[in-house]
Design a protein around this ligand. Structure first.
Ligand code: MN
Length: 210
């Protein structure tokens, strides 16, 4: 392939999310785990390309399943790095603008939203994610719980904010205490970035006034 998926750089230093996420934890997660999904996604596409060139048979079902898993991993991790920021320097605090209004309207307030998002993250079975999305058809924010990287999330829904609750995301820092890691997340969530993305999604979702 001429063009391949590449590991995006972090928008902060490896130690910038301490004490909530340690340098060692972040480095391992970004450099090794995220990279592995990128390698897997590229390998899946290359396998399909090679089979086409050779006019050879390929197990399409297994290959596409693996490709979906790896691409999901790449995309969710990319969002995760971007929706975090050092505490007090973009991380933590409260949402503003359209996002704050939508959270109030759809969840009855930030505290209720945080409670539901936390429960979605903490209760994900095995490896998964909690995701904030926007349902265009009914004009509402919604929380989804993704298993692995790609299960239980409807196609084409925008991914506004995520938390990774795979053990590899927190085990060095929190051992088996996922709930403590999820609690810490609220100190480093980049509401500004999430709000900016929501405003763009929201703007393009609204019907044009006549
Ligand atoms: Mn991860």
């Amino acid at each position: 392939m001429d063009k391949k998926y590449e590991l995006p750089g972090l928008p902060y230093e490896y130690n910038a999310l301490e004490p909530y996420i340690s340098e060692a934890q972040l480095k391992l997660h970004h450099d090794k785990h995220h990279q592995a999904y990128i390698n897997g996604a590229n390998a899946g596409l290359e396998k399909l390309e090679k089979a086409r060139k050779d006019n050879a048979d390929v197990d399409i079902k297994a290959t596409l399943k693996e490709l979906s898993f790896n691409l999901g991993g790449h995309e969710l991790h990319s969002t995760y790095w971007w929706n975090l920021a050092p505490a007090g320097k973009g991380g933590g605090g409260k949402p503003e603008g359209d996002l704050a209004k939508a959270i109030d309207r759809d969840f009855g307030g930030l505290d209720r939203f945080k409670k539901e998002f936390t429960q979605a993250a903490v209760s994900a079975e095995g490896s998964g994610w909690a995701v904030l999305t926007y349902c265009d058809g009914v004009d509402r924010l919604a929380i989804m719980q993704v298993e692995k990287h790609n299960v239980n999330f409807p196609p084409a829904y925008p991914v506004l904010m995520v938390i990774d609750v795979w053990e590899h995301a927190y085990y060095l820092d929190y051992k088996n205490e996922r709930a403590k890691y999820v609690e810490a997340f609220w100190n480093i969530v980049n509401w500004g970035a999430v709000g900016e993305w929501f405003s763009r999604v929201y703007q393009f979702s609204q019907p044009v006034a006549k």
